[in-house]
Design a protein. Structure first.
Length: 457
């Protein structure tokens, strides 16, 4: 989709905006190709768009950011005269940069996993050190990839995708996983806010300075720039919808056994996905990265027009998204929650079966262990109580409502007990019956239990 957008929209910009040469037009099309899932979440809200659409949009935004910026790099290099454009040469260079970036990300992520295991054996499970190293992973991937001349953006994306599948987080200490999750959530909230803050701070000055430059340019009609913004946005939506529609048709015809994710989407869902492709901070950052001057000292061709058009498309896409998406999403009954509850019941029942077998094996091992010397009656009583709780999950597959009611009641009782325990701990500390260190340790244990219960709601 990025390649189609760069070529198609690039020629369109070259055709409708006489003052923009072909190569700068390709550069503008490249920065307009990535969509912004963060901006989309900001204008629509979390959970408003069905997950099957949002998942595709988020994955697309992640990969298109990298592909679009790589395309921008090529276009700027050709415009600056540091690269001679040929179709074959550009294709080979693109594949080298893209595949090299992905491989660099894999290597850095693999090295990170090995280092984490070594640090755990050598220095113990220190959560702060491990979290800091985890945060440095995308930066290290980017810098190493750029140093060897491949795509740093794709390297960071590949490292993030690899680390989730490598098993590093699965084997990480509990404290590290809990703190990392909360820290990532905080950073996501901060960065999402920063995206709109930067857009708000940059766009007014960009638009005003571009308008001044347009007024001073006798070859440019200012009102035509606004018309061009609408035409470019409409073309972007047309290309996007046409691509999705074509992929759906190809999936239905040639991939019947394993269709694409959007192979069964309705036309309305394709339209939602098209309008949801808003532009945001990546587009703004990309167009502002275009150099001011060429190597010979001349001004980069039509730079202010490129910036004005990119900023205008960002604002117009957000404006259309704010108005059109709520209308398109009206009366859409999302089955996400129903499907998620169904999957949760299936997973809980499956894990309960495995857990029961593990407990039975452990009971047999402890009963035969002469060193432990555990009373068989006590062993049977404890294991039976734990297995009984697990069997309720398995039986819940047949009596869903009763199982859910039992779990809800048990959760409420446990939460009430935990909160009363917390109050008593503060009372014991106030009466100086326990130390502050004891209070903090026990409160931490209660917080972990309460977080587990609340997360299950």
């Amino acid at each position: 989709l990025v390649v189609v957008t760069v070529v198609g929209i690039g020629f369109l910009i070259y055709w409708i905006v006489p003052g923009i040469p072909l190569i700068p037009a390709f550069a503008l099309a490249a920065v307009l190709s990535p969509t912004d899932a963060v901006a989309l979440s900001g204008i629509v809200g979390e959970g408003r768009i069905p997950k099957k659409i949002m998942g595709i949009l988020q994955g697309e935004a992640l990969m298109n950011d990298a592909s679009g910026l790589v395309s921008l790099k090529f276009a700027v290099a050709v415009a600056m005269g540091t690269m001679v454009f040929t179709v074959g040469g550009a294709t080979v260079e693109f594949l080298k940069v893209a595949i090299g970036g992905v491989l660099a990300g894999f290597v850095v992520s693999w090295s990170y996993g090995r280092s984490m295991r070594f640090l755990s054996r050598w220095g113990g499970d220190e959560p702060a050190t491990q979290i800091v190293l985890l945060f440095l992973l995308p930066f290290a991937s980017y810098l190493i990839a750029e140093h060897i001349g491949v795509s740093g953006i794709l390297a960071a994306v590949a490292a993030g995708m690899t680390i989730t599948r490598s098993g590093v987080m699965r084997t990480a200490p509990l404290a590290m996983r809990l703190r990392a999750n909360s820290t990532w959530a905080m950073l996501e909230f901060v960065f999402n806010g920063m995206v709109f803050l930067l857009l708000g701070l940059q766009l007014p000055d960009i638009l005003s300075s571009s308008l001044v430059a347009a007024e001073a340019d006798p070859n440019v009609e200012t009102w035509m720039l606004f018309t061009d913004i609408i035409l470019i946005y409409a073309a972007l939506m047309l290309v996007r919808f046409g691509w999705l529609w074509s992929m759906r048709k190809l999936s239905q015809r040639f991939l019947k056994k394993k269709p694409m994710e959007f192979g069964s989407w309705t036309t309305r869902e394709l339209l939602i996905s098209s309008v949801a492709g808003v532009r945001g901070a990546i587009t703004l950052a990309g167009v502002l990265s275009i150099p001011l001057l060429l190597p010979d000292g001349n001004v980069f061709p039509a730079r202010y027009e490129l910036i004005f058009l990119a900023a205008g498309v960002i604002l117009f896409s957000l404006f259309v998204g704010v108005i059109a998406l709520p209308i398109l999403l009206r009366h859409i009954e999302s089955s996400d929650n129903v499907q998620q509850r169904k999957e949760e019941r299936l997973a809980r029942a499956a894990t309960a079966d495995v857990a029961i077998v593990a407990i039975q094996k452990m009971e047999e091992r402890l009963a035969a262990d002469t060193k432990e010397n555990i009373d068989n009656q006590l062993l049977t009583e404890v294991s039976s109580r734990v297995i009984g709780n697990l069997r309720r999950r398995v039986d819940g597959r047949n009596d869903v409502e009763t199982s859910m009611l039992e779990e809800s009641l048990e959760r409420r009782f446990r939460l009430a007990a935990l909160r009363s325990e917390r109050g008593e701990l503060y009372h014991l500390r106030a009466t100086r019956q326990i130390s502050n260190e004891t209070l903090q340790k026990l409160l931490h244990d209660l917080d972990l239990l309460e977080a587990l219960l609340i997360e299950d709601q």
